[in-house]
Design a protein around this ligand. Structure first.
Ligand code: TYM
Length: 328
């Protein structure tokens, strides 16, 4: 059976981009593969965080995993810091990663730009991410488009490690959706929807209420024409709405374009808002129930045990082939 691994950071507001590009796509995979979905709390530490808020967001993200449809009986759901192999493997992989490779990461360039307090962790972040994936011998990694470069580095590191120390890792394949892998900001469809966007008008939070969702879609930036066409270059705003609608309804963009022939942008915006509201409603209800019961901590505890057991062999192999003597 194929193995799947993916992770999300417990930071900011989880938004529609995270959901459509990643989380929603995790759900069917739990049926067909042995899957591991991680709340990457160690990655969250690469920029300063309020400790109390990080704890809260970690449990909330795990609750969102379950609320969105991940079943802890089928998939392993856990917090990265609960399996110490991640930090260990992250270090060992840093020792096969080159500075030049890390310097070329666009996410590092974007996140460090204009900041005078960039941490070493932000720089070495992709080595930790590679460790996350390789520890589980994952065959596939479902992610949004913005993680593609990190995934390529993980593959390069796995290949280099295998060459240098002997066959150790499966080479993981990125699994990036055809539609929805890059949901754009509603206030600026030239840039991806982002947790760290300056304006709230940029994103739809997964826990956002109906009124606010309608308002943001109505104000979504489009263009000065009036025909509904899918053309991400020339019509990024309209194309973004069509992508969102397509991923949720399962209708191809082409079909939607035909359905909206002759209709105005206003119509498309209101309908997209409605589709999003209906998609998020059951998730929000389930989320509220879950966060009241304390059962998520239980889910994470069981998940951590399964994760540790699953990564143990690879961890031991990494240490051995690199020349570390076994402890007693
Ligand atoms: P993170 O937490 O930034 O994002 C979580 C997932 O959401 C996807 N995503 C998007 N998809 C479509 N449109 C968008 N606008 C959008 N914004 C974000 C991301 O591609 C991602 O799949 N480094 C990772 C977390 C990570 C990880 C891993 C992922 C750590 N270890 C191992 C996979 C495997 C990150 O920061 O994702």
């Amino acid at each position: 059976m194929a193995r799947v691994f993916s992770g999300m950071q417990p930071t900011g507001n989880l938004h529609l981009g995270n959901y459509l590009g990643a989380l929603k796509r995790f759900i069917p995979l739990q049926e067909e593969a042995e899957s591991f979905f991680c709340v990457v709390d160690l990655h969250a530490l690469t920029v300063p965080r309020d400790p109390e808020d990080l704890r809260k967001k970690t449990v909330e993200l795990a609750a969102l995993y379950v609320a969105a449809g991940l079943d802890p009986e089928k998939a392993t759901l856990f917090a990265q810091s609960h399996n110490p192999h991640h930090a260990e493997a992250g270090w060992l992989l840093q020792c096969v990663t080159r500075m030049g490779e890390l310097s070329r990461m666009t996410q590092f360039k974007d996140k460090s730009q204009g900041s005078d307090s960039v941490t070493a962790g932000l720089f070495t972040y992709p080595a930790l991410m590679a460790g996350d994936i390789l520890l589980y011998q994952a065959d596939e990694v479902p992610v949004g488009e913005d993680q593609k470069q990190h995934l390529e580095l993980a593959r390069d590191l796995a290949e280099r490690f295998n060459r240098q120390y002997g066959e150790t890792f499966t080479i993981p394949e990125p699994r990036i959706g055809e539609t929805g892998a890059r949901i754009m900001g509603l206030d600026n469809p030239e840039k991806k929807m982002s947790k760290s966007a300056a304006s709230e008008a940029n994103f739809i939070g997964l826990l956002e209420d109906e009124k606010s969702i309608v308002k943001k879609f109505k104000r979504a930036v489009t263009d000065s024409e009036n025909d509904i066409r899918y053309d991400p270059e020339k019509k990024p705003g309209v194309s973004n709405l069509l992508s969102i609608m397509s991923v949720i309804t399962g209708k191809p963009v082409q079909t939607l374009t035909e359905e909206y022939q002759g209709k105005g942008y206003g119509h498309l915006k209101v309908d997209t808002a409605e589709v999003v509201i209906q998609e998020l409603k059951p998730i929000q209800e389930r989320f509220r129930e879950l966060t009241q019961t304390g059962e998520i901590e239980e889910v994470l505890a069981k998940g951590a045990e399964k994760a540790r057991a699953a990564s143990e062999k690879t961890m031991a192999r990494m240490k051995e082939v690199m020349g570390l003597i076994p402890g007693r």
